[in-house]
Design a protein around this ligand. Structure first.
Ligand SMILES: NC(=O)c1ccc[n+]([C@@H]2O[C@H](COP(=O)([O-])OP(=O)(O)OC[C@H]3O[C@@H](n4cnc5c(N)ncnc54)[C@H](OP(=O)(O)O)[C@@H]3O)[C@@H](O)[C@H]2O)c1
Length: 247
């Protein structure tokens, strides 16, 4: 798949799934913009992308509206267009209804509000390029997992957002989601959960196929969905979960 002269904006590109997506798009000649708060990690990923082509790192906290605006401004200043927007940045947290609203705000501000704002600012540019949007949702949008009610809610809302985008932006812009099951990243470590390093392996072992998905597999799916090969696909969600939703 060739993404020569295409500009791909990936949020949460400093590690995990987003970093792999950025690297794989670079390998297919895309110009990539990666966004995250951790500058050191961002620069390391940017270097890996630059081995293949142009890359631009934007240090930004997506829960801050002004910083979200700067992400689009910097992208346009550096590359002049946006062809693919990949809303990947996200957080997970164990929540309990008795514990009040603050975790809800944290999760929704990162996983949904920032996604809505960034997408709204990117859409005029995506319309110009007849581009497309990929939302990194989750299998948890389709099934409640214990202690993860708010996270599941945020991803279920993201799936409905994806469908809404597909309807609103057709025929110019396509929008789809990827809904992974357990992927081997530090998502739970970043959530500050004790034993977070091994939690994903435990979830992986509990799938039908008994394993986690590799970040590269998610990146491959993103490459396909963003490419002309997926020209007939919009408003769809693609589960890649080793069958965990069937358990
Ligand atoms: N791993 C899984 O099993 C799995 C399964 C289903 C769905 N997902 C989804 O996949 C996406 C990527 O997760 P991951 O597993 O790769 O986890 P990860 O390694 O923790 O990566 C999360 C990314 O989001 C960025 N991020 C978080 N909050 C941010 C903020 N306020 N502003 C800017 N960037 C922010 C982080 O960057 P900084 O720390 O540099 O800010 C990081 O690059 C998430 O949306 C997650 O919900 C993951």
């Amino acid at each position: 798949m060739d993404f020569k002269n295409k500009v791909v904006l990936v949020t949460g590109g400093s590690c995990g799934i987003g970093a792999e997506i950025a690297i794989q798009f670079s390998k297919q000649s895309a110009k990539v913009v990666i966004v995250g708060r951790n500058e050191e990690k961002l620069m390391k990923v940017a270097e890996q992308c630059e081995a293949h082509g142009e890359a631009h790192a934007v240090k930004a906290d997506l829960t801050n509206d002004l910083e979200v605006e700067r992400v689009v401004e910097e992208t346009i200043k550096r590359f002049g267009q946006i062809d693919v927007l990949i809303n990947n940045a996200g957080i997970v947290k164990n929540t309990k209804i008795e514990e009040g609203i603050s975790d809800y705000d944290k999760i929704f501000n990162t996983n949904l509000r920032s996604v809505y704002l960034l997408t709204s600012l990117a859409v005029p540019y995506l319309i110009k390029t007849k581009g497309n949007i990929i939302n990194i949702s989750s299998g948890t949008s389709k099934k409640i997992f214990p202690t993860m009610t708010v996270y599941c809610m945020s991803k279920a809302a993201m799936d409905m957002f994806t469908k809404g985008l597909a309807v609103e932006l057709a025929p110019s812009v396509r929008a789809n989601s990827i809904n992974p099951g357990p992927v081997k990243t530090d998502l739970w470590v970043h959530a500050g959960v004790e034993g977070g390093e091994t939690l994903m392996d435990m979830y992986g072992a509990a799938t039908l196929l008994g394993k986690c998905t590799a970040c590269k597999e998610i990146a491959d799916m993103a490459l396909y969905l963003a490419s002309d090969k997926a020209n007939s696909i919009t408003g769809s969600s693609f589960v890649i979960d080793n069958g965990i939703l069937l358990k």
